[in-house]
Design a protein around this ligand. Structure first.
Ligand code: GKR
Ligand code: MG
Length: 415
């Protein structure tokens, strides 16, 4: 059995004006939907970034994958590396972290190959990763400060969330609607003391929910230490308070909260330095750049060996990604934290049938062959048309923020 044809469809997902330390989410988040079609008609699905560099890399590698046996994942990696000799990163200059193009492309196609393998064997992807260690996977509410509306639009039904009290309202809605039992706040947006107050309000309103805050490196070392000391005993972990391994190590030495990251440990090569400097206690895995689902289980094993823990990172995404995350989380024994997900912020999907529904904050692991999801062609067309009409090829939260506030400057750290 061989891969015969590769379809790549860039899509634009309507998004909300969610704030982070670099600006505000634009009206659309970009993704690429991947379909690998085999000579026997089996189709493997994947989902990856939609930035122009990622899309171009996926396109450039596609021709090299024709003829690949979908069970031969080492060959897949070799073909991707051969197709992209100049590699490079995928993110625009306005991002604060970058991911290697070869890792991103190999990861995206690996998931689609595993979907094919599962379909051929009649087994869910979780079984290809060692089988489930849990029947359902806990996810965390992902809280954002937000503007009421996009430029030129009416307020969305979440309204403006720019105060500690309003954030408790947002969290309440997530908890009531989806049953999330863990809360993560995207920080680095408001004055650090207001963000501390927000966490304290959340603690008072949800006394038994584990809490985290992630300013994406938006704080100086001094600010991070100030925040960490105020929130000792309140947070389960503090995610990327500062940029860079040395700065993370300094913060880690000065507080009693474990530090987590999806910004300083992005590749296997970064793990050794993180361990040597004792800079992080928790690495956030993400199958979109760690090399796919199998490599992400290897990351978890390495973390265990080094006495670190693993959690799971998310960007704006659709249901194929969520299905893959759920299989991976179900097959990762030492994943002891609720996974991040942006999915509830996305009011639309391209999968057939109903979108995923979190129950008690959890998703059941599908027992269907492969990832257990299929594409609704009409829904895919709609988001592909949106991509064509949106005229966006990259994410730029800073540029969009300047439409709200022309004096806004991108500064990381900001506070
Ligand atoms: O969606 O604004 C956002 C997040 O800041 C996202 O871009 C990050 O990649 O959620 C992510 C994180 O944990 O750093
Ligand atoms: Mg993060």
């Amino acid at each position: 059995m061989r891969i015969e044809n590769i379809q790549l469809t860039p899509v634009a997902i309507p998004d909300k004006p969610l704030l982070n330390c670099k600006g505000v989410h634009q009206p659309y988040a970009l993704r690429t939907i991947i379909e690998l079609v085999c000579d026997d008609g089996t189709v493997g699905l994947g989902e990856s970034y939609g930035s122009i560099k990622a899309l171009t890399g996926l396109r450039e590698a596609a021709a090299n994958l024709v003829g690949l046996d979908p069970f031969h994942l080492h060959d897949l990696k070799k073909r991707v590396w051969n197709a992209l000799p100049n590699g490079g990163g995928i993110n625009a200059k306005t991002a604060v972290a970058d991911h290697k193009l070869t890792d991103v492309v190999a990861s995206a196609y690996e998931v689609a190959c595993l979907d094919i393998q599962g379909k051929i064997l009649g087994r869910p992807v979780v079984d290809l990763l060692g089988g489930p260690v849990r029947a359902s996977v806990p996810f965390s509410a992902y809280l954002f400060y937000k503007f009421a509306a996009h430029i030129g639009e009416e307020p969305d039904d979440w309204g403006e969330v720019m105060t500690p009290a309003a954030m408790v309202g947002e969290a309440r809605r997530f908890v009531d609607q989806y049953g999330f039992k863990s809360l993560k706040l995207k920080g680095g947006v408001l004055e650090p003391d207001v963000e501390i107050e927000t966490m304290l309000h959340l603690r008072a309103a949800f006394p038994s929910h584990p809490l985290r805050i992630d300013p994406n490196g938006g704080w100086t070392v001094a600010t991070a230490i100030h925040v960490a000391r105020k929130l000792e005993g309140v947070l389960e972990y503090l995610e990327d308070p500062v940029l860079g391994m040395e700065a993370m190590a300094e913060v880690a030495r000065s507080c009693n909260i474990p530090l987590a990251t999806n910004m300083v440990v992005l590749e296997f090569d970064h793990l050794a330095e993180a361990v040597r400097r004792d800079a992080v206690k928790i690495v956030l895995s993400d199958h979109h750049y760690w090399g796919g689902l199998r490599a992400s289980t290897h990351l978890a094993k390495l973390c265990e060996a080094f006495g670190m823990q693993v959690s799971m990172h998310s960007n704006s995404h659709l249901g194929i990604t969520l299905a893959a995350m759920t299989h991976l989380a179900a097959a990762t024994p030492n994943l002891n934290f609720a996974c991040d997900t942006h999915y509830p912020w996305t009011d639309t999907d391209i999968i057939e049938g109903d979108p995923f529904r979190f129950a008690d904050g959890n998703l059941e692991v599908s027992g269907k062959p492969g990832l257990g999801v299929s594409i609704d062609r009409r829904k895919l067309r709609k988001l592909a048309d949106l991509y064509d009409s949106a005229g966006m090829i990259d994410r730029n939260d800073t540029l969009y923020m300047q439409q709200f506030d022309p004096t806004y400057e991108r500064r990381v750290p900001r506070w």
